[in-house]
Each structure stands twice: as C-alpha cells, then as structure tokens.
Design a protein around this ligand. Structure first.
Ligand SMILES: Nc1nc2c(ncn2[C@@H]2O[C@H](COP(=O)(O)OP(=O)(O)O)[C@@H](O)[C@H]2O)c(=O)[nH]1
Ligand SMILES: [Mg+2]
Length: 241
C-alpha cells in the first residue's frame, strides 16, 4: 500500500484522504453485533454513524453499495423485516476506528401498530441517548420527500445536531429523477434539513458514492482526534479485490 493514498493537505487543515482510500476504508466493514433492544447494544469508544430511514428508502442498498459488499446489510424484498439494530465495524486489519449502525426502517404499512410504536421508541431512544453517535445518515426517496416520521426524527435529534452531531440526508434512487427533478429535490430538502448536508445518491449509477464515503471518513476522523486513536492516522487500505 502506498503512502500517496493520503492526499497532501496544508498544515493545520483537516486530515484528508483520497476518495479511493475512503472507499477502501468503507470496504473494511464487517458484522459486529446485533441487538433487539437498546440496552443490549455494547458501548463503543469510536465514532458511530447511524443509517436511518423509511422502510424501502434504499438503506440496505446504500450500505451495501458504500461498503462494496453485496450482502452486508440485508436488502430485503419484505420491507419492515429488519427489526434489529445491526452494528458493523470499520477499520483496517484488527483495528476498529468507526462503527456503522443500521437501524430498522420505519413506516412500513403492514407492521402492526404496536410494533411500529415500539420501533419508533427504540429508534428515538437510540438517537437521543447513544453516546458514541457521531453522525446520522437519513435515507430519503426524493420522490416521496421527507415524511411525517422523517420530520419527527429530525425534531428529536435537533438538540444534538445543534450540539455538533453531524447530519446527512441522502436522496436515494437519484437515477429515477431527471436532472431538473434532482436539482429541485436538492433545494427543497436542503430547506427542510435545516443546515445538514444533503446529497444525491444512486446505487444503480454509483452516483454520490465516493463523496459520501469521503464525508463519512472525515466525520469519523476529525482534526486533532487522529493522534488519540492508534492506526486511525494512517491511510486505510484499498479494497482487496
Ligand atoms: N433504481 C434504483 N433502485 C434502488 C436504488 N436503491 C435501492 N433501490 C431499490 O429500492 C428498493 C428498496 O431498497 P432497500 O435497500 O431494500 O430499502 P430499505 O428498506 O430502505 O433497506 C429495492 O427494490 C431496491 O432495489 C437505487 O439507487 N436506484
Ligand atoms: Mg433494508
């Protein structure tokens, strides 16, 4: 592996790497643990990024695309089936420098009312109280826009976002929109997202993938923190394939 993976940056600038190296880092994702309840989740001492969104928004597909692994997050034909919080560890070799959390999709019509409420509670508790939570990626199908449940989620995390929690709205399935529709969706959701990042994403066309990988790497490796985490300061390996 070459040291040129790390892009050169002026002194004092945030640590930076190439998109290729960020994709290599994402590719290190492996299953860590799963929990049906919040108290069953182990505490972690690295940044954690939660993926949330309505059932069928494209969450599993986005996680699989970002990690370049076909089956890491189960892309189910039966939405609403994934009823656990699944954690994936990131980091090369035996180090873990970040964790991805795949949260159950919400809003699936065929789930019973009790189950829906139970999952909303688990998710909101997680988003409000999970200490390692560093960033939230909210997956949204731009043809539907932000729904009531997405807005409720945004409201719940607003105090944490104001306190520094990173926030990204990923507009999925962008390949289904024309250029004009993409531009329009971006500007509408930007207004609604209130200062968070908003990006277009297509698993099919690989649109936005590098960009998101880079953003997530940067969020998990803020300037000044790298020295505290052995291994994290080095450029990650590219995918092995
Ligand atoms: N055209 C297109 N379809 C997508 C894309 N991402 C996901 N889908 C489709 O949307 C449906 C729901 O995706 P899935 O990842 O299972 O959604 P989840 O319920 O949020 O995990 C599936 O039929 C996917 O094939 C994309 O980028 N483009
Ligand atoms: Mg899914």
């Amino acid at each position: 592996m070459s040291t040129t993976e790390r892009a050169s940056a002026p002194a004092g600038a945030p640590p930076t790497i190439t998109a290729k190296a960020a994709m290599g880092w994402m590719h290190t994702a492996r299953f860590f643990t799963t929990a049906a309840q919040l108290h069953q989740l182990p505490a972690v001492d690295v940044p954690e990024i939660a993926f949330v969104g309505r059932s069928n928004a494209g969450k599993s597909t986005a996680i699989n695309t970002l990690t370049q692994q076909r089956q890491l997050a189960f892309a189910s034909k039966k939405p609403g089936r994934t009823q656990h919080i699944n954690l994936f560890a990131l980091g090369r070799q035996n180090t873990t420098d970040a964790v991805l959390a795949d949260l159950p999709g919400y809003g699936y019509a065929a789930v019973s009312r009790e189950d829906k409420l139970r999952w909303q509670r688990v998710m909101l508790n997680y988003l409000v109280s999970r200490e390692s939570l560093t960033a939230i990626v909210l997956l949204c199908d731009p043809r539907l826009g932000l729904t009531e449940l997405d807005e409720a989620l945004l409201d719940a995390v607003r105090p944490r976002v104001e306190a520094g929690l990173k926030f990204l709205v990923l507009l999925t399935k962008a390949d289904k929109l024309t250029r004009a529709e993409q531009t329009k969706a971006l500007s509408i959701i930007r207004l609604q997202a209130g200062g968070g990042e908003v990006r277009l994403f297509s698993a099919l066309k690989k649109q936005g993938v590098d960009d998101v990988a880079l953003l997530l790497w940067q969020w998990c490796h803020p300037p000044g923190a790298a020295a505290d985490t052995p291994g994290a300061a080095e450029a990650p390996s590219p995918p092995e394939s």
